[in-house]
Design a protein around this ligand. Structure first.
Ligand code: OAD
Length: 234
């Protein structure tokens, strides 16, 4: 049996937009309604933990009301054809719920929390979210398991390793505005095909990247058909 080719799928907020989750930088996006410095930094959590927890608790509650969309599902089904690894900047669990079996979360996960004192002490997020009085067993406050601005991206090295082995890199729904994550596109080997599914405009896109200018559901299906995927399988 021939070995399956390696497909690395790198996703951002746009892959979950059709599920009803807001993106960050589109008009009406989360960073238009909230100040990053008040919500998404360790300093903000130290200064005003109530505000930060209210924001992430609401996103955790919202996540439980939405479902994976066609793009998440096709990405999962591509495991029938490829050795698929998903690297997502998203903190939702929609890739896993759609059936993807190998998912790396670069920016953390809403369904987990961790000790503010011991970053490796990670726990399931309580159903109702966190309160400021929640503590880890060692007595440190619990915080969302989210990579905030100004923090290291601990999974970055693993992500670079995965991309560097890709035969095909499929990028979906990201403005490629946030580093180091956005730099992953440049970690692909020379022989790899690179496709970007995103309805937005990109000023300085490498000419070697095939830009499928569509929303995630139709754009991912277009990509999938181009590699032999049959939508009747669904
Ligand atoms: P952005 O909000 O920066 O970009 C969303 C992208 O999705 C844009 O390029 C849109 O054109 C595209 N988009 C919108 N609707 C779409 C649809 N239906 N189908 C496909 N694409 C669509 O989100 P990210 O690039 O994911 O980090 O942002 C990266 C990081 O910035 C996030 O992980 C988050 C944020 O600050 C942290 O919170 C650490």
């Amino acid at each position: 049996m021939s070995k399956k080719r390696k497909l690395v799928v790198f996703t951002g907020a746009g892959v979950s937009a059709e599920s009803g989750i807001s993106t960050f930088r589109d008009s009406g996006g989360l960073w238009e309604k909230h100040d990053i410095n008040e919500i998404a930094t360790p300093e903000a959590f130290a200064r005003n933990p109530e505000l930060v927890l209210r924001f992430y608790n609401q996103r955790w509650a919202d996540l439980k009301k939405v479902q994976p969309n066609a793009a998440h599902k096709i990405i999962a089904e591509l495991e029938n054809m490829f050795d698929v690894s998903v690297i997502t900047q998203n903190v939702d669990d929609l890739h896993e719920r759609a059936g993807s079996t190998k998912v790396l979360h670069l920016h953390g996960q809403l369904n987990k929390c961790r000790s503010a004192g011991y970053p490796d002490s990670v726990f399931d997020m309580p159903e109702a979210g966190l309160t400021t009085s929640d503590r880890c067993p060692e007595g440190h406050p619990l915080r969302p398991h989210i990579v905030w601005f100004g923090e290291m991206v601990p999974e970055m090295d693993r992500a670079v390793e995965w991309v560097s082995q890709a035969d095909v890199l499929l990028v979906v729904g990201t403005s490629l505005a946030v580093y180091p994550a956005a730099g992953l596109v440049y970690a692909a080997p020379k022989h790899a095909e690179i496709h970007l599914v995103d309805p937005g405009d990109f000023d300085h896109l490498d000419p070697g990247i095939n830009h499928i200018r569509e929303k995630a559901s139709t754009g991912v299906e277009r990509f999938a058909r181009s590699v032999g995927y049959d939508s009747k399988q669904r």
